[in-house]
Design a protein around this ligand. Structure first.
Ligand SMILES: Cc1ncc(COP(=O)(O)O)c(C=O)c1O
Length: 381
C-alpha cells in the first residue's frame, strides 16, 4: 500500500504497537482512518473489507448509528462513576441483562475491561472461592495446550502458546496443561464436531491422580479454541471435562471471549454445546469492540460462597477503576439490540450462506460450528 503522507501522523516512533512487527510496520504502515459497516477506509482512500470483524469483536459492524448515539448520550449524562462502594443504574441494568441472557446457572456478573482481565478475574475468583469454603489447598490451575487466555500473567500461565509464555519468566506456579484437541490425522474434513478425541479429556483424570483433587482449583478452556486455529471440540469432550470437574469439585471455566454473544448461533458456546461451566469469561462482542469492556459470569453458588461475614465487609478484594464504566455499560445495553448476534438465526443463516460464497470469510470449513469473524449488519432485530 502506498501511504498518503498528507493524512498520516508525523511521527510513528512513540507508539509501541502490540503484537506487531513494529519496525516493519513503520516502514510501510497500514493505516485505517475511518470505518463504516463492514469496511475500513485506508489513508489512501481504499475500502477494505473487515473480514475478521476487527479482532473478532465488531459483531455489529462499524459505526452503528444506534451505538454511536447511545455512547454520546451517556457521555453527556454521566461519563464516569467509580464502582467501588458506589454505583450507577446502567451497571446494574447491564448485569441483569447479561444474567438473563446467560445460561441458567449463571447468576452474577463481575465487570472488567478486557478479555485478559476477565480471565484473571475468573482465576482469582476460583482461588478465593475455594478458600472461602475452607478448601484453601485448592490452588492449582489447569489450562490446555494451544489455549489463548489473554496476555496477563494468569492468562499466559494457563494459556498454551509458546511465544506468549517463554519470554516472561516463571509465570504462575502450580499450573498444568491438558493436551490440545487438534487431530488433523483423524478429524480432517469433518463436518460438524469431530468424532475423535473425547478421550483427551481423560487427561484431566491423570492430572488429578498426580496432584490430588484437593489441590486443584479450576480448569479453563475455550469451548472452541480461537487463536491457534478454530479448533472445534470433539463430540463428548466438553461434557467429559464437565463430568470430571464435577466429580472432583473442580471449577470449570469457559473462556467465551470470542464465542460469546451469538457467534455460534446461540448466546454462548455453553448453550450451543449444552455443557454448563461454573464461570464464563467474556469481552469483545459485549460492546462490539467500541468501548473496552469484559465481564465474568458466575453461578449463584460461587457468588454466595463469598456473601458471609459482617455485611459491611468487602467480600472480594478485586476490581478495576473502570469496572462497569457508564459509557461501556450504555454501549453494552445498546449492543443487546444492535450488536449481539442473537435471535437472528434466520438472518444469520442467510449471511452464513453469503459468507460461504466468499472464500476469505470461511473461518473453518472443517466444522459446522463456524465462528464467523463477522457478518456485520446494522439493523435492529
Ligand atoms: C479466548 C480469549 N480469551 C482472552 C482473550 C484476551 O482478550 P483481550 O485481548 O481483550 O485482553 C482473547 C483475545 O483474543 C481470547 O480470544
Amino acid at each position: 500500500m502506498t501511504h498518503d503522507t498528507a493524512n498520516a501522523p508525523n511521527d510513528l516512533s512513540a507508539f509501541w504497537m502490540p503484537f506487531t512487527s513494529n519496525r516493519q510496520f513503520k516502514k510501510n504502515p497500514r493505516m485505517f482512518v475511518s470505518a463504516e459497516g463492514m469496511y475500513y477506509k485506508t489513508a489512501d482512500g481504499r475500502d477494505v473489507m473487515d473480514g475478521s470483524a476487527g479482532l473478532w469483536c465488531v459483531n455489529a459492524g462499524h459505526k452503528s448509528p444506534l451505538i454511536v448515539e447511545a455512547i454520546a448520550k451517556q457521555a453527556a449524562e454521566l461519563d464516569y462513576a467509580p464502582a467501588f462502594q458506589m454505583g450507577h443504574p446502567k451497571a446494574f441494568e447491564l448485569a441483569t441483562v447479561l444474567r438473563d441472557l446467560a445460561p441458567d446457572p449463571m447468576e452474577h456478573v463481575f465487570f472488567t475491561n478486557s478479555g485478559s482481565e476477565s480471565v484473571e478475574t475468573a482465576l482469582k475468583i476460583a482461588l478465593a472461592y475455594h478458600r472461602a469454603r475452607g478448601e484453601g489447598t485448592r490452588t492449582r490451575l489447569i489450562g490446555r495446550e494451544r489455549g489463548y487466555h489473554g496476555v496477563n500473567f494468569g492468562g499466559i500461565s494457563v494459556g498454551g502458546i509458546v511465544n506468549n509464555r517463554k519470554f516472561f519468566g516463571s509465570l504462575l506456579t502450580g499450573v498444568d496443561h491438558m493436551p490440545h484437541t487438534h487431530m488433523p490425522e483423524q478429524n480432517a474434513f469433518t463436518r460438524g464436531q469431530p468424532e475423535h478425541g473425547a478421550y483427551l479429556a481423560d487427561n484431566l483424570e491423570n492430572i488429578v491422580t498426580l496432584h490430588g483433587a484437593e489441590n486443584i482449583a479450576a480448569v479453563i478452556v475455550e469451548p472452541i479454541a480461537g487463536s491457534t486455529g478454530v479448533l472445534i471440540p470433539p463430540k463428548g469432550y466438553l461434557q467429559k471435562l464437565r463430568d470430571i470437574c464435577t466429580k472432583h469439585g473442580i471449577l470449570l471455566i469457559f473462556d467465551e471471549v470470542i464465542t460469546g454473544f451469538g457467534r455460534l448461533g446461540s448466546n454462548f458456546a455453553a448453550d450451543h454445546f449444552g455443557v454448563m461451566p461454573d464461570m464464563i469469561t467474556t469481552a469483545k462482542g459485549l460492546t462490539n469492540g467500541v468501548i473496552p469492556m469484559g465481564a465474568v459470569l458466575t453461578t449463584g453458588a460461587i457468588h454466595d460462597a463469598f456473601m458471609t461475614g459482617p455485611e459491611e465487609a468487602i467480600e472480594l478484594f478485586h476490581g478495576y477503576t473502570y469496572s462497569g464504566n457508564p459509557i461501556a455499560c450504555a454501549c453494552g445495553l445498546e449492543c443487546r439490540f444492535s450488536g449481539w448476534l442473537l435471535g437472528r438465526r434466520a438472518a444469520q443463516s442467510e449471511r452464513v450462506a453469503a459468507c460461504d460464497r466468499h472464500p476469505q470469510r470461511r473461518s473453518d470449513r472443517r466444522g459446522r460450528a463456524r465462528v464467523h469473524p463477522g457478518c456485520p449488519d446494522q439493523a435492529r432485530f
